[in-house]
Design a protein around this ligand. Structure first.
Ligand code: FES
Length: 90
């Protein structure tokens, strides 16, 4: 059976934490109220993307299912969650 939940992993490595520490806090407050149990929200270790050349680095990173969002904001993550849930519902 296909997993209908959307998995959201907020990178909690040092670079991402420094760049976007409030994202996890905001998502923790918004996601359960807005989506109930349709989302698996967790932190993850460094995704390894912060080690590329500093000019190309786009922390913070958040992974939503297989997609990586760079320069993540709470709004960007919520938009991707909406898209994923719509796609899984069809
Ligand atoms: S700290 Fe997030 S990708 Fe390395």
């Amino acid at each position: 059976m296909e997993n209908k939940k959307v998995k959201v992993e907020v990178c909690h490595g040092a670079s991402c934490f420094v760049a976007g520490s409030k994202i996890m806090q905001e998502l923790s407050e918004i996601v359960p109220k807005k989506y109930g149990n349709k989302i698996e929200l967790e932190t993850c270790n460094c995704l390894g993307l912060c080690s590329i050349h500093w000019e190309k680095r786009k922390a913070p990173y958040v992974k939503v299912d297989a997609d990586v969002i760079n320069e993540a904001t709470t709004e960007k993550v919520l938009n991707i969650i909406d898209e994923k849930l719509t796609a899984k519902a069809t």
